[in-house]
Design a protein around this ligand. Structure first.
Ligand code: GLN
Length: 380
């Protein structure tokens, strides 16, 4: 394997899902729903395939989808963007992140991430030859240490990568945090890369796009996807929204990474994004009920549960059960309890910082969540 990838192992999500199958354990690890997205979206995909929409799509997206993305972004953030010039469709948000980083970051550029971070950030930054600087968000509230952030930004900082609502902690960046980040970006001429795939799973406060703050649109790439909101994580439809001068870099990388994204799925995605508001309201209501089942169960089982106000994840402290670290705890949980969680230490530059924390997901049907909770209450 190339040196730039030597330190990375099989992704933790793949590892844990394989163990779940091997041990017949209930998988509250990898974040994929065990139920399907809405029928009208599945029908739209079938229709698109029957309709002969099966050859390469236009590189930056089928026109209907580009305009549906721009329309939803206008509704959500108030920003008016040009669907033809400022929206790029990618193969999932993970590709949007890769295209953004590979298209806009030079070797040696510093990029700031917040730990714990989604694992692809560090690996992709490493492929781009970037220097990764990480700022740790700490329990109980995982707030941004703004003074530390100020002290880390330097003249070599090219970009800051923000994920709100935040995987794995469920933290949502507050307006004050985003305003401070915005003024630091503007003062120091830093770009912002925002992964907002959980924007529709914001339970207590409204999601805020950093791009919508004054002076930020021109320096921000906002990324999102279909998978979480429409329970179709296997479709791999994502996008990046950015001003023309940044879109150019994103599109250049995208052209040579994947060239284009699955055509019929893009047509179906454009139908999905035209869903009425009631779809999103119902999704949120469903997830709040699921969250309650899991959170109450984890507390009853004896975990220290940290508040999650967005995403479909919750992070807990496992140390009441006396195991050394997160990996050992997750192994015990699979083998002795029959439940899979994700150890968080791989989401830090310094794995020690995550050794007390594990992540559970509640994107499962209620029966599965209740069964997992019962096992933990009985067997832990
Ligand atoms: N984003 C999902 C999670 O955090 C799955 C990611 C993956 O499997 N690569 O669980």
């Amino acid at each position: 394997v190339a040196k730039r990838l030597e330190k990375f192992k099989t992704t933790i999500f793949t590892q844990m899902s394989m163990l779940a199958v091997k041990h017949g354990a209930i998988n509250l690890g990898q974040g994929f729903p065990n139920f399907d997205g809405p029928d009208f979206v599945k029908e739209a995909a079938i229709e698109a395939i029957r309709d002969g929409k099966n050859q390469y799509a236009r590189g930056y997206g089928v026109p209907d989808l580009n305009s549906a993305i721009a329309a939803r972004f206008r509704k959500d953030s108030g920003l008016e963007v040009d669907p033809e010039k400022e929206v790029t469709v990618t193969s999932g948000c993970t590709e949007a992140i890769a295209a953004t980083i590979l298209g806009l970051i030079n070797p040696g550029d510093e990029v700031i991430v917040f730990a714990p971070f989604y694992d692809s950030y560090e690996a992709t930054l490493s492929m781009a030859g970037a220097k990764v600087k990480s700022i740790t968000l700490r329990p109980p509230d995982f707030s941004v240490p703004l003074d530390e952030l100020k002290s880390v930004i330097s003249k070599n900082t090219r970009a800051i990568l923000i994920n709100t609502p935040h995987n794995p902690t469920g933290k949502m960046f507050t307006r004050v945090e985003l305003e401070t980040i915005a003024s630091l970006c503007i003062e120091n001429d830093v770009l912002a890369f925002c992964d907002e795939v959980y924007d529709k799973l914001a339970f207590e406060a409204d999601h805020i796009s950093l791009a919508s703050l004054p002076g930020m649109y021109e320096r921000t790439v906002t990324m999102n996807s279909l998978g979480k909101t429409f329970s179709l994580t296997g479709w791999k439809i994502g996008w990046a929204i950015a001003p023309v001068h940044l879109t150019w870099g994103v599109r250049q990388a995208h052209s040579y990474l994947t060239f284009a994204t699955s055509t019929p799925m893009q047509w179906a995605a454009s139908a999905a994004l035209r869903a009425p508001d009631t779809y999103y309201e119902e999704l949120k209501r469903d997830y709040m009920a699921k969250k309650e089942i899991l959170v109450d169960g984890l507390k009853a089982a004896g975990f220290v549960v940290y508040p999650s106000t967005g995403t479909y994840f919750v992070v807990v402290d496992h140390t009441p059960f006396g195991l050394d670290n997160d990996v050992a705890f997750c192994e015990y949980l699979i083998q002795e309890v029959g439940v899979v969680a994700i150890p968080t230490s791989v989401f830090y530059l310094n794995p020690e910082e995550g050794k007390n924390l594990v992540r559970f997901t509640f994107c499962k049907d209620e029966g599965t969540l209740r069964a997992a909770v019962e096992r933990m209450k009985e067997r832990l």
